[in-house]
Design a binder for this molecule. Structure first.
Ligand SMILES: Nc1nc2c(ncn2[C@@H]2O[C@H](COP(=O)(O)OP(=O)(O)OP(=O)(O)O)[C@@H](O)[C@H]2O)c(=O)[nH]1
Ligand SMILES: [Mg+2]
Length: 320
């Protein structure tokens, strides 16, 4: 059926910005001439504002194309190379597509549908094997967007970072490393962090792997303020093989570092269907982060001037 939404930000017919299951039932969806006129005007303004919407992942400059409408939440996904960060994003979206739901929010759209879709297609879950997304290139930083609505129907824009693990390793050794700019940006601007603990790495490199996680955790801690950190034990299908003392020691040290320490085990390999580690916990990670952010009494990042839409750096009044 021909037609287009009168909201230039809406991805309908792919997904309705207002969260309707059937986009034609949305008040903004219309074929009428009046609506078309309005639409033309708005899209001209959109062009003037130079905010093209490609549905690809956003880079740092592109964030302003969403932040003009809302104070966003940025979630920094932190961990060494190969820890499973990008796969987590792919799995999260795969679960949403299969009907997975957050506790307090409804999924109501995304500005980065193409990037999510690419991840979804790269994570091929077959019966006994899983094909994974490619490693994230070294100088690469991108953001995947979720528009969520809370129980009061308020729109929340969430960005999840996807950067190469190598930059976090460099940053954990020297926060001023010239090649760690992406890690510094994520650290400075995120409202919360997901810290990846790679179980496979703990099995293979044991204490060395643990030391690197603690180095990274200490760097997260140095100017954390009240931003939450959730520790995620990735590849937990192998967690049993991690030496028990190593697990306990790592857990103890992380508990000492972070107030109200929270952790969760995830995997992309299902042993049963449904599988707690895969089908529930991957979504629970985001639930935990959002619960912590929204239960915190102090907002961490505020937009200073809601009328200055484009420059996310100028707009932020960060507490850092
Ligand atoms: N055993 C096991 N292996 C996994 C799991 N998830 C991912 N892997 C393996 O971990 C590899 C790395 O995953 P990525 O998601 O690319 O890791 P990343 O943290 O994004 O890595 P960089 O982009 O290099 O920083 C995958 O190619 C898989 O081989 C899992 O649940 N269990
Ligand atoms: Mg990656």
């Amino acid at each position: 059926m021909a037609g287009k939404c009168s909201n230039p930000d809406c991805a309908a017919p792919i997904s309705c910005h207002e969260g309707k299951d059937i986009h034609t039932e949305c008040e903004f969806w219309s074929n009428s001439g009046v609506e078309l006129k309005t639409r033309k005007t708005v899209s001209k303004q959109e062009k003037k504002a130079d905010l093209p919407w490609t549905a690809e992942a956003l880079n740092i400059d592109g964030l302003g194309g969403v932040t003009y409408r809302n104070t966003p939440i940025i979630i920094g996904i932190v961990g060494r190379a190969d820890a499973g960060k990008t796969t987590y994003l792919a799995m999260l979206f795969t679960l949403f597509l299969r009907g997975g739901k957050l506790e307090e929010f409804n999924f109501c759209g995304t500005k980065t549908i193409k990037a999510w879709d690419d991840l979804y297609h790269k994570l091929k879950i077959q019966k006994e094997s899983v094909a994974f997304p490619d490693p994230t290139p070294f100088q690469y930083i991108r953001f995947l967007h979720l528009a969520l609505k809370n129980k009061k129907d308020r729109l929340k824009d969430i960005f999840l970072s996807d950067a190469s693990g190598e930059v976090f390793s460099l940053w954990s050794q020297n926060r001023d490393d010239e090649n760690a700019e992406n890690a510094r940006w994520i650290y400075k601007h995120s409202n919360a962090f997901i810290l990846f603990i790679d179980c496979e790495d703990l099995i293979n490199r044991k204490n060395l792997a643990k030391t690197e996680i603690i180095d990274l955790a200490q760097m997260l801690k140095h100017n954390l303020k009240d931003r939450p950190v959730i520790a995620v034990w990735s590849k937990s299908d192998k967690k049993e093989e991690v030496h028990i003392r190593l697990k306990e020691k790592l857990q103890e040290e992380l508990k000492e570092l972070f107030e109200n320490f929270e952790e969760i085990d995830i995997s992309n390999f299902s042993v049963e269907d449904p599988d707690l580690l895969v089908h529930k916990n991957n979504i629970s990670v985001l639930d935990k982060v959002l619960n912590k952010i929204y239960s915190s009494s102090k907002p961490i990042i505020k937009l200073e001037n809601m009328n200055v839409p484009k420059d996310i750096f100028l707009n932020y009044k960060s507490k850092l």
